[in-house]
Design a protein around this ligand. Structure first.
Ligand SMILES: NC(=O)c1ccc[n+]([C@@H]2O[C@H](COP(=O)([O-])OP(=O)(O)OC[C@H]3O[C@@H](n4cnc5c(N)ncnc54)[C@H](O)[C@@H]3O)[C@@H](O)[C@H]2O)c1
Ligand SMILES: [Zn+2]
Length: 341
């Protein structure tokens, strides 16, 4: 069992990582919650796999559940109001507990409901995808998509507790696994050389790799709760990753993997990143069967150059000086023109 505590402003909450923790949820939840009803929000896939187990492990409580369709489309204003309506129909009261059971979609949606219904309810996060276990379940970002823009409505709301069962990852489809693995490798590269070393012996121990990955996120989140400075380092690989994600029909984490290679090349050309870093990251991506043949970054720099919105200011690109040492490089219009000549 691994535990870590997140301390942000006046909020502090524990994260427990343990195989089969799903069978012991009451033991942990009793430490923070004394009422008798719990409202689970989950999606239709996770419901079929795990809702029974969870209901059994919460026998001491009266449990209600709200099921939404799986997938990003559920992070919508319509689904948000539908969930709130169902909770009100089930007679949810102030101070009763929500429990998010699922991947990042459910975590973001449930967190936003918890932040806003009755001006705020407590919620426990039980993340079930690799991405949500190693990343999105901590840090307090919640929200929904709107008008074709991701995460545009939302707020910061910290969970009361996060309970992670790595064993549930065994039912995760391969591409969903890859999606999380891309971001996990990113955490290792920007902030945890020890984790990168551990990943070299495959298969890595899941409990340990999730713990080490969360340690990286914990550090930046605690320094920069509202995402204005240090937290931007988590965008490593995202400048180019975002540019190729839709175009190449990749999962976000797969695109971030290639985006890392592209920005490492960029750093090499600028004389900032050692070539050995590029080789090391490429080997890890190969080992975990993620895409590893990156497009030429200059083509995409040109696109960035064409984007007037970006040129209005300086673009902050996260570059790597070495494994575990990332920093924000201000890319100005003048050097951009020079670089893509
Ligand atoms: N709040 C944050 O800090 C933060 C950070 C990164 C990403 N996000 C958000 O997270 C979302 C992506 O999260 P995700 O990748 O977990 O997507 P997801 O929630 O859609 O889950 C991916 C798929 O896996 C299924 N699934 C989940 N757990 C499973 C399991 N144990 N076994 C079998 N199937 C399972 C789900 O039903 C879904 O179909 C995006 O909306 C993104 O914006 C939020
Ligand atoms: Zn990302």
């Amino acid at each position: 069992m691994r535990q870590l505590n997140i301390e942000v402003k006046e909020n502090a909450y524990p994260i427990y990582i343990e195989d089969d923790i799903l069978f012991h949820l009451s033991f942990y939840i009793q430490q923070i919650y004394s009422h008798k009803k719990i409202y689970i929000i989950t999606d239709d896939i996770v419901e079929k796999l795990y809702l029974n187990v969870i209901q059994n492990s919460l026998k001491e409580y009266e449990v209600e559940s709200v099921i939404v369709p799986h997938g990003e489309a559920s992070k919508s204003i319509e689904m948000y109001t539908k969930v709130i309506q169902e909770l009100l129909d089930k007679d949810i009261r102030r101070n009763e507990l929500l429990l998010s059971l699922g991947g990042g979609v459910i975590g973001d949606l449930c967190g936003f409901v918890a932040a806003t219904l009755y001006r705020g309810l407590p919620y426990v996060n039980v993340p079930t995808s690799l991405l949500s276990q190693m990343d999105s379940s901590i840090g307090g970002k919640t929200g929904i998509d709107f008008s074709c823009r991701k995460n545009i409505i939302g707020c910061f709301k910290q969970p009361s507790m996060v309970l992670i069962d790595p064993k549930v990852l065994h039912t995760l489809p391969k591409r969903e696994w890859n999606n999380g693995m891309g971001e996990l490798i990113k955490h290792a590269v920007i902030g945890n050389p020890k984790l990168l070393e551990a990943l070299k012996s495959k298969p890595a121990i899941e409990e340990e790799m999730i713990y080490q990955s969360l340690c990286v996120k914990k550090e930046v989140v605690e320094k920069d709760v509202f995402d204005t400075k240090e937290r931007m380092l988590l965008n490593f690989g995202h400048t180019f990753g975002h540019a190729i994600e839709l175009e190449k029909n990749l999962k976000h984490g797969e695109a971030v993997g290639l985006g890392m290679l592209m920005v490492l090349r960029f750093g090499i050309d600028l004389g900032i990143t050692p070539i050995a870093c590029y080789d090391e990251v490429k080997e890890i991506l190969k080992l975990y069967e993620l895409p590893f043949e990156e497009p030429e970054y200059k083509t995409y720099l040109k696109e960035i150059a064409k984007d007037k919105k970006n040129l209005a200011g300086t673009i902050q690109v996260v570059l790597l000086k070495n494994i575990g040492n990332a920093y924000l490089y201000p890319l100005k219009e003048s050097n951009l023109k020079e670089l893509i000549k």
